[in-house]
Design a protein around this ligand. Structure first.
Ligand code: FES
Length: 153
């Protein structure tokens, strides 16, 4: 980990403005921001670790836990909510055994919810990695998750 961080830091000046690009680079390597890397970024940029944490939590792009091989995003925006998005989420949660923001113990899936994915005409919708699944039904969840699981083997 130390070698990767040194390489990242060597590409960025020791100043506050470099913080976000540094955090992006760290996440690019680890998939999330391990706590010790945020402390190291604080030292490099000469700022308080609390400030680094504040910046990192402000931006939705940054993750603080390892993410699974597959990301499942269930839409709970207005159109999807009206068309049964909560039922889809319930089914995904039940099958994966995790809640939004969590990853399965085997590291295969991370579950997220979103406010709208821009596919309202296909509500309720969910996205697995880059594939949008519209007009979702709870009965389709198993097949979709299995396909993603098989593709990540
Ligand atoms: S509200 Fe779900 S896609 Fe827009």
């Amino acid at each position: 980990m130390k070698k990767n961080l040194q390489e990242i830091f060597s590409n960025h000046p020791r100043q506050r403005d470099a913080l976000i690009p540094i955090l992006q680079d760290i996440q690019g390597i680890y998939g999330y921001l391990p706590a010790e890397t945020m402390k190291a970024a604080a030292r490099h940029c000469r700022i308080d670790p609390v400030e680094v944490y504040g910046v990192a939590t402000f931006y939705a792009q940054f993750k603080f836990r390892p993410i699974g091989l597959n990301t499942v995003m269930v839409c709970l925006g207005t159109a999807c909510h009206v068309m049964g998005g909560a039922r889809i989420l319930e089914e995904v949660q039940s099958q994966l055994g995790v809640r939004p923001g969590e990853s399965t113990e085997d590291g295969v899936f991370t579950l997220e919810t979103v406010a709208c994915i821009g596919a309202c005409a296909l509500a309720p919708a969910m996205v697995v990695n880059k594939d949008t699944h519209g007009r979702m039904k709870a009965e389709k969840v198993t097949e979709i998750l299995n396909a993603a699981r098989n593709n990540s083997n």
